[in-house]
Design a binder for this molecule. Structure first.
Ligand SMILES: Nc1nc2c(ncn2[C@@H]2O[C@H](COP(=O)(O)OP(=O)(O)OP(=O)(O)O)[C@@H](O)[C@H]2O)c(=O)[nH]1
Ligand SMILES: [Mg+2]
Length: 387
């Protein structure tokens, strides 16, 4: 065990505070980056932040900050990588690696790494591979430069450039092949979905780690992998569920996160088909997270990007057991589901339900709300039958 911990890569985190941003927000973002880092198996050991009034096109952060990080890395001696919360252009990444003498990755690179580690099914693996190649393509040039350095650089320019072109062509070919494969899988999945008949479909959506899979397991008595880590789920699972006499399909899928790059959402489009084709969405929120309101916005924005709008939605505030209102001195007050129902949160978010999936609190109310929505949907779809 100790051996394993010692072998874990050590990471330095870097976040920048943009002009209109509050400092506390940046710190919360870095908490999330830190969580991503540990999910990927690295140990975050130090954080650097900078107020950014203007972006240095070469390195994103200013030269002074680069030197400060470099000094820390040299003194620490055992740092393996530097992780930026902001997206780095391929050339910024390259310049920073040169300057700092360590592997530099950005948030997207880190997320891709976690995705690659988590992908189980052939479908998820193909989608992740596609996203990885799309991320890699503009970065190939830099990789060759590193190689050139290793080999001394003399006489490498000509063949080097040819090599990059060959590599690029190879990567582009692979991307085309992966896209074809995904189309094939899509066709199979569309047929599968058609074969599922005319049942109403509810899709769990939400920020990563909100408790979607835990809720899925509770409502459908199944065993979907749930864990306190980001992106525990990468595939879509569908279960047939019956409440009283009403049967419907419940699906659980990949969670969303702030700054999910468009190409990654694109690559996961087919996994998200289930969400696109759902009749009702169940948006799960981790109310115990200090940034939960931000997370609601991110999920809504991502849904809009997927062109999933105007679907009847049940807003489920989960982890009520871990949520506490505070008194003026900041002390936690005992908080019940009823307190939450009478709070500003309930007033601000009409038609919401407060639950604890782990504590099994208020699940009956959630079932009743779901049943109501499902029966309404059946009523719209089959107006002449009695469900
Ligand atoms: N305290 C508390 N923890 C919960 C509750 N529901 C889920 N969790 C915990 O939150 C963590 C994440 O749960 P998951 O069900 O994996 O969350 P998810 O939304 O499926 O996450 P991803 O698949 O990673 O997007 C796990 O450690 C759960 O045990 C709850 O009601 N209360
Ligand atoms: Mg999950």
């Amino acid at each position: 065990m100790i051996d394993r911990i010692q072998k874990r890569e050590k990471a330095v985190l870097v976040g920048v505070c943009h002009q209109e941003q509050k400092k506390e927000q940046l710190l919360e973002y870095l908490d999330e980056l830190s969580f991503l880092c540990s999910t990927a198996g690295a140990v975050p050991v130090k954080r650097f932040t900078q107020n950014l009034h203007h972006v240095d096109p070469a390195t994103l952060i200013g030269k002074g900050k680069v030197q400060e990080i470099k000094k820390f890395i040299e003194e620490a001696g055992d740092i393996n990588m530097v992780v930026f919360d902001d997206e780095l252009s391929p050339s910024q990444q390259r310049n920073l690696e040169k300057e700092l003498g360590k592997k530099v990755i950005d948030r997207t690179g880190l997320i891709l790494d976690i995705f690659a580690d988590r992908a189980q099914s052939a479908h998820a693996k193909t989608q992740v591979e596609l996203a990885q190649y799309e991320y890699l393509l503009p970065r190939l040039m830099g990789m060759w430069t590193h190689l050139e350095k290793q080999r001394g650089g003399i006489g490498m320019r000509g063949p080097g450039e040819t090599e990059i072109e060959t590599d690029r062509r190879r990567v582009r070919k692979r991307i085309a092949l992966l896209k074809e494969r995904i189309e094939d899988i899509d066709r199979q999945m569309t047929t599968q979905r058609k074969n599922r008949g005319q049942l109403i479909r509810i899709s769990l959506v939400g920020y990563t780690n909100a408790g979607k899979s835990t809720l899925m397991n509770l409502l459908s008595h199944s065993e979907v992998f749930a864990e306190n880590a980001l992106f525990a789920t990468l595939d879509t699972t569908v279960r047939k569920v019956t409440f009283e006499t009403t049967t419907f399909l419940l699906s659980d899928t990949v969670g969303f996160i702030r700054k999910l790059p468009t190409f990654l959402i694109e690559a996961f489009k087919s996994t998200l088909d289930e969400v696109r084709e759902a009749d009702v969405l169940m948006h799960v929120v981790d109310i115990s997270h200090p940034n939960f309101e931000d997370q609601i916005k991110v999920v809504n924005q991502t849904l809009a990007e997927l062109k999933v709008t105007d679907k009847p939605t049940i807003l489920v505030f989960n982890k009520a057991d871990a949520f506490h209102f505070r008194d003026e001195d900041g002390n936690e007050l005992p908080t019940t589901i009823d307190d939450l129902k009478n709070s500003w949160i309930a007033k601000e978010h009409k038609e919401s339900v407060f639950i604890s999936a782990v504590g099994k609190q208020n699940i009956n109310e959630l079932r009743a709300v779901m049943l109501n929505k499902i029966r309404r949907e059946y009523g719209i779809r089959y107006p002449y039958s009695i469900v």
